[in-house]
Design a protein around this ligand. Structure first.
Ligand SMILES: [Ca+2]
Length: 260
């Protein structure tokens, strides 16, 4: 068989380059590991307080009073470094920190710290307070931890839940300690503010449209009456006198017709 080189080349081209590619089915993409929508309720997060154990010093803590930096002191205690609140002139004078707004969302926060009396009294009530400032309403005090009796012998846990669900736009949030008796000098350590449940990020917009009335289940105005069978009274049979009278009229009329 005499097959030319060009023919062989053309045949090889035909086989090398099939005009139609085999249709390889695309694999079904695996389910995405990152869901496109996240649940609106945040999971519990970590402590948003900076340097809550005071091991890095007093920064960024400050005393909740504009002119009393000297009333806050870093102390060495059996918990390491702690913040000593002393020489207070108001019961709300206490160690304070402005929290980062990036870490704040509206929801419920768990507040906690440890407190111990240094001098002045043997027992006193201590609490952690949250102050929330909004653009619309200024400073508000939505809540504080449980007022807890602390003493001079042991560190006492002070804790509670406070909600940041205040109306308005939050512009500042601070957490601070306050002891009831002004003469109490006390230590604070291990301050924590932890989100435990967040509000949904978008509140549903109430609809202004009039709601579609629910189908009213009308009570029947009148119950269907069961038709009363019209049981006619049987027509009374003519009496004997009536029959006789009728026959009399019949005979009378026949005589009249015949005689006429
Ligand atoms: Ca400490």
């Amino acid at each position: 068989m005499n097959i030319s080189v060009s023919c062989i080349a053309q045949l090889s081209c035909l086989f090398a380059n099939p005009t139609t590619q085999p249709t390889t089915a695309q694999p079904t993409p695996p389910p995405s590991a990152n869901p496109t929508s996240f649940p609106t309720t945040a999971q519990p997060t970590s402590n948003i307080v900076v340097n809550g154990n005071f091991e890095a010093g007093l920064d960024p803590w400050y005393m909740n009073r504009w002119d009393s930096a000297y009333m806050l002191e870093l102390s060495d205690t059996d918990r390491g470094k702690s913040a000593l609140n002393k020489d207070r002139i108001e019961n709300w004078n206490g160690v304070q920190q402005t929290l980062s707004l990036e870490d704040i969302q509206k929801g419920d926060y768990h507040l906690s710290c440890y407190g111990k009396i240094q001098s002045g009294t043997t027992s006193d009530y201590l609490q952690l307070t949250l102050r929330i400032t909004t653009a619309e309403y200024g400073a508000t005090y939505p809540g504080w931890s449980t007022r807890t009796l602390i003493n001079a012998n042991d560190w006492t846990l002070v804790e509670g839940t406070v909600s940041t669900n205040v109306p308005g736009t939050i512009t500042e949030v601070t957490v601070y300690a306050e002891a009831e008796t002004v003469s109490t000098n006390y230590w604070v350590d291990d301050v924590e503010v932890v989100l435990i449940s967040a509000q949904p990020t978008s509140n549903p917009t109430p609809s202004t449209a009039n709601p579609t009335p629910n189908p009213t289940t009308k009570s029947p105005t009148s119950f269907p009456t069961t038709p009363t069978p019209t049981t006619k009274s049987p027509t009374a049979f003519p009496t004997t006198s009536e029959v006789c009278f009728s026959m009399y009229l019949y005979i009378l009329s026949s005589n009249i017709i015949c005689s006429s």
